[in-house]
Design a protein around this ligand. Sequence first.
Ligand SMILES: Nc1ncnc2c1ncn2[C@@H]1O[C@H](COP(=O)(O)OP(=O)(O)OP(=O)(O)O)[C@@H](O)[C@H]1O
Ligand SMILES: [Mg+2]
Length: 460
Amino acid sequence: MKVVIIEDEKIKRITLRDALLREGYEVVDFESPIFAVNYIEQNEVDVVVTDIRLPDMDGMEVLKIIKKINPNIMVIMITAYGTIENAVEAMKLGAYDYITKPFSSERLIMILKKIEKYKELEKENIELKKRLDERYSFSNIVGKSKAMQNIYSQIEIVAQSDATVLIIGESGTGKDLVANAIHQLSPRKNKPFVKLSCASLPETLLETELFGHEKGAFTGAIKERKGKFECANGGTLFLDDVDDIPLSSQVKLLNVIQEKRFERIGGNESIKVDVRLICASKVDLFNLVKLGKFREDLYYRISVIPIKIPPLRERREDIPLLIEHFLNKFGRPELKFTPEAMEAMIAYEWPGNVRQLENIVQRIVVLTKGNVVTREALPSEITGAIKSGIDNIWNKEKIDLGKVLADFEQRALRWALEKSGYNQTKAAEILNLKRTTLREKMKKIRLNIEPTSLKSVKNL
Ligand SMILES: Nc1ncnc2c1ncn2[C@@H]1O[C@H](COP(=O)(O)OP(=O)(O)OP(=O)(O)O)[C@@H](O)[C@H]1O
Ligand SMILES: [Mg+2]
């Protein structure tokens, strides 16, 4: 640490300086506060030790100036008997500590050690925060929820191996993104990443796509053609919508996975491949196994490492971050959502998950002239939706049931009132309540619906 001493009494100053030097601190000492301030302005300093009573400038003045130059500099005031009030005042102005004369050098060294420790902790905190911040996104994937943090760690681990990964998630949750990240972080990153969507491909077409065919294998096969397995050799093959693979093709797929070799359609030469397989499915494959629609043996082969991406509605804390991410992506980082607009975005169910959020943000970017997005400016499917406060509690560690229920009741009342045009009889009907019960509930939560207070109802 670099320490500046400002003290007009020469003997005291030299004693302090030598004591601190012996402790290994870098020390610069000044008799005049004006020179000291000048030095602090131009050099990096950690701590300033200054007498309160000084020639030319009061120690309090010095303190104020230093805090203006760099508020991170720690200032220790030296007070004489009778200037304790000043010391208290100095603490209010941001001094770190004060010592009363006469004092030993050891006393000052103790304070400096405390500062050193504090600075170390602060540095650690900053680094920790930086590391956490980095985890707000990972290889193009954005999200700070616990679920996403877990996924980042899983990706990091599986990328190193060749094990087959099964990514499960609703449409638009980022399965492609995760598959890409695994490939990019794997030792195969400079080899091909090949994707095949198995959705609604007829059996023969699917097999041609996977294994290729020889010339003349079937009518129309005028040239030989490589399949995806061959194209992905050395790299990664990403099979999307594996749940759609017909049972008969499932056997062939299982064979390739086990034998690591296959034949082109119409050929009898066995082709050896080294391919890392990543599969994705929108549905829980095990349910299909139970229904007899998916082979159990294949299921176990491909789900060696399952990665489950939860729907967006189960990790709503990611929504503001994703909005920011997409605003940046579409070139409008300055756009701000009002709190009501943001609340509506967070409350919405997002059946199309992140893809839908991305599309909506893009639409908002195009339609918004100014820099503010209000709730009114949001598409009606978002503002029209009523959040079921119940839905987003299951990913929490702890819940306050009373609060959740009260919150839900409040939202239900608001929803019914909005829906009925603030007609209490109708609202009671919608909620299957007696009108008097509705009124009681409204009174309990002080929900006043006189026409003049409609706005406050909406902001509830
Ligand atoms: N966590 C995320 N961070 C940033 N962008 C995301 C995230 N999740 C999804 N996206 C974006 O949303 C869109 C849809 O993602 P992706 O195609 O990976 O979803 P999917 O699960 O494969 O959907 P589908 O089942 O329809 O194939 C893409 O534009 C993707 O970049
Ligand atoms: Mg996809």
